[in-house]
Write a new protein. Structure first.
Ligand code: ADP
Length: 473
């Protein structure tokens, strides 16, 4: 019997107002999975009303009180890890290591923002003895969080933890492809003591749920992670309503490797960029720029390593049939423009890879920077490589993109690595494999979006600053 996942509103499971459900798919087997509630604006209205009713008392609680609840939510995620990972696996086909790392980060977001609440407050502003002047971080009220399918629970927690921490109530709209883990999270949060109505999940499609949610007059802020096209559509709604939003969009991020770098580690970083979540990561560094003298060697090593990766073991499938064909369409366009992959460039004709929506890890070497495959986000296990002559050339190619999400630089000369990092137009740059964690702010330059997630910056994004000044003359 098919399992059905209902909405989660006002601390309980709520069937969809119209009684309709949507199917899901396991892309590792192409078999049908659970069903999710097909929400409509009636469900959105119900969830927003619940959020609005619950929010003032939550905002009035002390940071320490909210912190205690968020810690219990983190505990609950960890205790429920096996179920959450199975729900996630069933609709994404992710491999176990990927599931585990996303699960750990999901709990980590709640832990991190719970910690910040005990130490981070507004500030006092010294205007002399005649005044007492201070700022407060005040919540917006009801926040909408619209999230995609590539890292479902992780992306939900990345938004929900800081939004709730600062005293907002949330209505979450996960991707209709991958909703079950977010619904489960809301149940866990309720059971862990998060007051009813503070975290509601309405599942369904973008037009049926996401759009009415963003347009709802009581929603005061939007957090969106997804495609540029949908981000732009939601941006219009936010502009009309004069409400702020965070936009976490796409990328075509550079990985710059100088000949004197630790090439073993740099090759490892390139292989990870291709394999991790099958390249379905907005921050994947999918343009490999290598100093000309080392280009062919590095490319050969990357191609050899990714050619040995096994579908279902080292990397997962593409999320949907449509996205699978979109990736293959990129291959066809590259071929029409004269580009030939050094490895990959197709799906699997037989073996375990043919059973699911798996694409062979693919490398196009020495591509012209004007080709579509070199400019557009593919969202598959696909990398393009380009040689560069020197530091200035590397910088020019790295910045020759409409995106600016992340970058990686590998250099034996650390000063040169940092010089480049400071000049690349991107929200995050890792030099020689520097760590990027929950503590490090994440977000885009250029078409990759605006606003910041993670770090203390995200807490500020979900708060509005109020200044209060008292004359004490
Ligand atoms: P992707 O192409 O990566 O699936 P989308 O931007 O289409 O990215 O989807 C990201 C999220 O945005 C999903 O939750 C999806 O349902 C939602 N969404 C899609 N279209 C709209 C829309 N017109 N309005 C609001 N939300 C939408």
């Amino acid at each position: 019997m098919t399992t059905r996942h209902e909405h989660w509103i006002q601390g309980k499971a709520v069937p969809p107002a119209n009684g309709a459900y949507l199917p899901t798919l396991d892309p590792a087997t192409r078999e049908a999975g659970d069903e999710i509630a097909a929400g409509t604006s009636a469900d959105v209205d119900h969830a927003v009303a619940s959020a609005a009713a619950a929010q003032p008392a939550w905002a009035a609680a002390s940071g320490a009180e909210r912190s205690a609840v968020l810690h219990r939510v983190a505990d609950a995620i960890e205790a429920d890890a096996e179920t959450l990972m199975e729900l996630e696996r069933a609709c994404t086909g992710k491999i176990p290591a990927q599931l585990r790392s996303e699960l750990d980060m999901s709990a980590g977001y709640f832990r991190y923002y719970a910690g910040i609440l005990r130490t981070h407050h507004g500030r006092t502003i010294d205007l002399g003895h005649d005044n007492h002047t201070y700022t407060r971080l005040e919540p917006y009220g009801v926040v909408a969080a619209i999230t995609p399918w590539n890292l479902p629970l992780n992306q939900a927690c990345r938004a929900l933890a800081p939004a709730l921490a600062v005293g907002n109530a949330v209505v979450a709209k996960p991707s209709e492809l991958t909703s079950a883990s977010t619904v489960r999270l809301a149940r866990l949060a309720t059971e862990a003591g998060l007051p009813d109505g503070l975290l509601n999940v309405v599942t369904g499609t973008g037009p049926e749920v996401g759009s009415p949610l963003a347009s709802h007059p009581v929603v005061r802020r939007i957090m969106f992670t997804g495609s540029v096209a949908t981000g732009r559509a939601l941006g219009h709604i936010a502009a009309d309503r004069l409400i702020p939003m965070t936009l976490e969009l796409g990328g075509k991020s550079p990985l710059v490797v100088f000949a004197d770098a630790d090439l073993d580690r740099a090759v490892g970083a390139a292989v990870t960029a291709i394999a991790m979540n099958s390249g379905q990561v907005c921050s994947a560094t999918t343009r490999l720029l290598v100093e000309a003298s080392a280009h062919d060697e590095v490319v050969a090593r990357v191609a050899d390593a990714v050619g040995r990766l096994e579908p279902g073991v080292d990397f997962g499938p593409i999320i949907t049939e449509a996205q699978f064909h979109s990736v293959l369409g990129h291959f066809a366009a590259a071929e029409a423009e004269g580009a030939v992959p050094v490895t990959g460039g197709s799906g699997y004709a037989d073996g375990p890879g043919a059973k699911g929506l798996y694409v062979r890890p693919t490398v196009y070497a020495g591509v012209r920077p004007d080709l579509r495959i070199a400019r557009e986000e593919v969202f598959g296990p696909v990398m393009v490589t380009m040689p560069f002559a020197d530091e200035a050339d590397a910088l020019a190619i790295a910045n020759d993109t409409e995106y600016g999400l992340v970058a990686g630089v590998w250099s034996g000369d650390v000063a040169r690595g940092l010089r480049l990092a400071e000049r690349i137009d991107a929200g995050q740059v890792a030099v020689n494999g520097g760590a990027l964690t929950i503590e490090t702010p994440f977000g885009g330059f250029k078409q990759s979006g605006y606003g910041r997630e993670k770090g203390i910056e995200a807490l500020h994004d979900y708060a509005q600053v109020k200044t209060i000044s008292l004359s004490i003359r």
